[in-house]
Design a binder for this molecule. Structure first.
Ligand SMILES: Cc1cc2nc3c(=O)[nH]c(=O)nc-3n(C[C@H](O)[C@H](O)[C@H](O)COP(=O)(O)OP(=O)(O)OC[C@H]3O[C@@H](n4cnc5c(N)ncnc54)[C@H](O)[C@@H]3O)c2cc1C
Length: 470
């Protein structure tokens, strides 16, 4: 059969699924179907609308921002005709755990010698890390993790001047990226930089630096992206991040089939010819569809729940860990909410598990009447999870300490967030084992686990999979 006529099933209509369909189409594939169990595309890029002061506004309950390093997301934007040029500006301040305003990155009102020396040390170590990443860790800035555990790099590049071109090479130092980020910083004498990276990392729900392999930190917050974050040169979308995928979906020859869950996958045994049978369920009941190939963008640790997973798939996917990131959109008393986003710095360490780490003020003109999402993590390796209800109570208490008592909670959720593997499994070559499985039984794995749990890495992974295997 001509390759382009092959029928491809894409499970999930989030950023990974919609971008996979787009990249397939760009390659000439015309016979694919995207199944999405919800009544919308975008997955965790979810931007519901609220009426405030008589005007409709989008609020972000999931993904919020990007940066100039969002090359693959930009391709999706362009395909759909969406733009990040009209999004609201990002503005922020910092607070301690008691809600008081602090200035961790500037002198503020503290002219002490220790503060000045501390800031100078931070600046020096930032520079040192940037240099190390470009020299000792050359090749770190690819999407994905193929080869890293063996001291190699292979994948699409994140380089600003030549993004998304495939590079490969050898650099034994890259093995250090399997270490927890705190250990990686210690062996390189740059412990202070964690104070900068922690904001867009831990408070964004991606875990704590003593448990997360450095690869997930440095590949997502590569030095260019981190500097864009420090300087607040960030992308946002007026109609919300969901609009990127809605716009692209509308342009697809076969837009995602909504309200349709994949409930069963039966593949011909390895070495046998035949079609992949996919059972879908919607309000019409269940129906079996036949495909030649399968792209799975949904959590791989859940694959066995609906598919005929092999023993090696079950064993590998059971190693996946995900974060338990809780957020709710808070409504405050009239004129009683924040008027700028806040990072509650002290709450970003695991001894403050369950506490609010950040809140996002989206619309400057709404001042202190702007509903704001508030975020917390409730899990950390080696510690018991903070119960969900207790997390909500702590988050509300923290907002009150900051001077913003919550009147009502909207869009409350806990997401399956930032799937990753432990430093040990990373060092053991988990990603090379996953890559070796790509294409077996005509099954391809995409989505957040492939590179990192953000929009850019998921879309770039779809580009990579389609580019290499289709
Ligand atoms: C609170 C929060 C803040 C975030 N902030 C940012 C940010 O600022 N910037 C950024 O880049 N990223 C951010 N992210 C991360 C980003 O949203 C995700 O990394 C991205 O959405 C992952 O895309 P995905 O397609 O891999 O998975 P998902 O977005 O999870 O999409 C998977 C889709 O599959 C569907 N599905 C699941 N099972 C089935 C089934 N059996 N059949 C059919 N459909 C199914 C789901 O309904 C879902 O729509 C944030 C996420 C959250 C939750």
């Amino acid at each position: 059969m001509a390759k382009h006529n092959e029928r491809v099933c894409i499970i999930g209509g989030g950023p990974a699924g919609i971008s996979a369909a787009m990249y397939l189409e760009k390659k000439g594939y015309r016979n694919y179907a995207v199944y999405e169990k919800l009544n919308k595309v975008g997955g965790k890029s979810w931007s519901p609308t609220l009426t405030v002061n008589g005007e409709e506004r989008t609020f972000e309950t999931g993904a919020i921002m990007g940066a100039k390093t969002y090359f693959a997301v930009h391709e999706v934007e362009e395909f759909g005709g969406e733009t990040h040029d009209d999004g609201p500006n990002m503005r922020r301040m910092y607070r301690d755990k008691d809600g008081f305003v602090i200035h961790p990155f500037e002198i503020g009102e503290d002219f002490s010698v220790s503060k000045t020396l501390g800031l100078l040390k931070l600046k020096r170590q930032m520079k040192k890390l940037v240099k190390l990443m470009n020299t000792k860790y050359r090749g770190y800035d690819t999407y994905g993790h193929i080869g890293v555990a063996k001291g190699e790099f292979y994948g699409l590049s994140k380089e600003v001047d030549r993004p998304l071109h495939r590079i490969k090479g050898r650099n034994p130092n890259l093995k250090d990226l399997a270490l927890p980020f705190s250990e990686f910083c210690r062996i390189n004498g740059v412990e202070e930089v964690q104070r900068i990276w922690i904001g867009p990392y831990t408070s964004f729900g991606y875990g704590y630096f003593d448990e997360i392999p450095a690869a997930y930190v440095m590949k997502y917050l590569d030095t260019t992206t981190a500097i864009e974050f420090v300087n607040m040169r960030l992308w946002t979308w007026k109609r919300g991040t969901q609009s990127i995928y809605e716009a692209a979906n509308k342009k697809l020859q076969h837009p995602a089939i909504l309200n349709t869950e994949v409930v069963k996958v039966e593949r011909p045994a390895e070495g046998e010819k035949g079609k992949i049978k996919v059972t879908i369920k919607n309000d019409q009941g269940e129906q079996v569809e036949e495909f030649d190939k399968l792209i799975v963008t949904t959590p791989l640790d859940w694959f066995k729940d609906f598919a005929d997973a092999r023993e090696d798939e079950k064993a590998l996917f059971s190693k996946i860990i995900h974060e338990k990131y809780v957020d709710f959109t808070a409504v405050f008393e009239e004129n009683g909410g924040p008027d700028i986003s806040g990072y509650i710095f002290d709450n970003m360490t695991s001894d403050r598990l369950g506490h609010a780490m950040v809140y996002y003020h989206r619309w400057e003109d709404l001042g202190s009447n702007c509903p704001c999402p508030v975020y917390a993590l409730r899990n950390h390796t080696g510690d018991p999870d903070v119960p969900y209800d207790e997390t909500i109570r702590l988050m509300e208490e923290d907002m009150k300490l900051c001077g913003f008592p919550v009147k009502e909670r909207l869009f409350e959720q806990e997401t399956y967030y930032c799937p990753h593997v432990s430093p040990e499994d990373y060092a053991d070559g988990w990603y090379d084992k996953l890559d070796a499985m790509q294409g077996r039984q005509n099954t391809y794995y995409a989505g957040e686990i492939l590179s990192f749990g953000d929009m850019e890495d998921t879309c770039a992974s779809s580009r990579d999979i389609v580019g290499r295997f289709f």
